[in-house]
Design a protein around this ligand. Structure first.
Ligand SMILES: [Fe+2]
Ligand SMILES: [Fe+2]
Length: 372
């Protein structure tokens, strides 16, 4: 995989969602990005030595229950003042900005994909042994060292739990859409996404089961306080900006890159399909935001605040596992940074362009969505 291909992923996702926004009345406001280079690791040669899971199994480290990340990781990143960049953009005295609710800082988690955010933390189930959550996957023909097996079980257990949490996130979103009186096509896409995330979780748990030879699945997950905020257009838009416009977009790009690097054919195919579906989830987030802003144009600040508050989150440490569809830390960081700059930010600019044309504000235009 070369840099051109990685750039192409950003452009393809940007283009697909931009077309959707254009169809919803958000005319493109920016040129498609062309100049970001994402540096990745060299390709790794596949090995053809076969071993069975049972040959290296009797080790407590291979238990997904022992190796899984046990609890969600809340964010501790403070949110920058929304008005800071605006205030420094001109020497003229300015009126204070209108009073807005504080921006919550939930972004820095190691959860992958669309998180289920409750009380500003990404909530996950504990790993359990619930049957019926693991696809049947046969890895006996693939060479796996003991170290690889331990790392893969850890990674794919966390990944499967995150996909499982995405089901809850879309479940909540579907109810919120009903509460807001949203169009049926958004509700349909949200429920389709729930089914997608269920398949993703089953695939992840299937990999863990094949690697560990243990029955594995999600345990019970609390949904307490999942609806503590009043369901308003603003509260839902804020969640969608965090979970979908940013979270799903970057997740889609990461899975796409992982699919390109994976060497096992079945994994390449599965990850590519998951990337397609995550891309549609990201598209749904922007489609909802377009509808929400059409209903409530004054909520444009929510998008601006959420994008400004985003910070590169902590990432799980993994290296040498790209052939298993796991990006190393530096590649993931590069994919995320490029995705934010070349996909999330320009799409948000396109989304907000009608609001800016309706209420021009020279000090804010062109700078709000640029990360420094
Ligand atoms: Fe997913
Ligand atoms: Fe997703």
């Amino acid at each position: 995989m070369d840099d051109e291909l990685r750039r192409a992923h950003c452009h393809a996702l940007f283009g697909a969602i931009s077309v959707t926004l254009s169809a919803l009345g958000c005319a493109p406001a920016v040129q498609q990005p062309t100049d970001t280079v994402i540096v990745g690791p060299p390709a790794v040669s596949a090995s053809a030595v076969a071993s069975t899971p049972s040959e290296v199994m009797p080790d407590a480290a291979l238990s997904p229950i022992a190796s899984a990340t046990p609890t969600p990781v809340p964010s501790a990143t403070p949110t920058p003042e929304p008005s800071a960049s605006v205030a420094t953009a001109t020497n003229k005295p300015r009126k204070p900005p209108p009073k807005r609710p504080p921006v919550k800082p939930p972004h820095s988690t190691i959860v992958e994909g669309r998180p289920f955010i409750v009380d500003d933390a990404a909530r996950l189930a504990a790993v359990g042994s619930q049957p019926g959550w693991a696809d049947e996957i046969d890895l006996r023909m693939h060479d796996v060292t003991l170290d690889e097996r331990v790392a893969l079980i850890r990674h794919y257990t966390d990944w499967a739990l995150a996909e499982h949490a995405s089901i809850a996130s879309f479940t909540r979103f579907a109810l919120q859409l009903i509460a807001l009186g949203a169009p049926s096509h958004l509700v349909t896409r949200a429920t389709d996404a729930m089914a997608d995330e269920t398949r993703h979780a089953r695939f992840g748990f299937g990999l863990v089961k094949a690697l560990s030879n243990e029955q594995v699945g999600p345990g019970a997950m609390s949904i307490d306080r999942a609806f503590t905020d009043e369901t308003t257009m603003e509260s839902v838009l804020r969640l969608v900006a965090r979970e979908g416009m940013i979270g799903e977009t970057l997740a889609a790009l990461e899975v796409r890159a992982a699919a390109d690097l994976a060497e096992l054919p079945f994994l390449r195919v599965a990850l590519a399909k998951i990337a397609d579906e995550e891309s549609r989830h990201a598209e749904l987030a922007y489609a909802f935001a377009a509808w929400a802003l059409e209903q409530s144009p004054t909520l444009a600040h929510v998008i601006e605040e959420e994008l400004r508050a985003w910070d590169a989150p902590a990432l799980p440490i993994a290296s040498g596992l790209t052939r298993w569809g796991i990006l190393d830390e530096s590649t993931r960081r590069a994919v995320r940074d490029a995705g934010f700059a070349n996909v999330v930010s320009p799409l948000a600019t396109q989304l907000l362009a009608p609001m800016r044309r309706a209420a021009p504000s020279p000090t804010r235009q062109g700078q709000i969505l640029e990360r420094t």
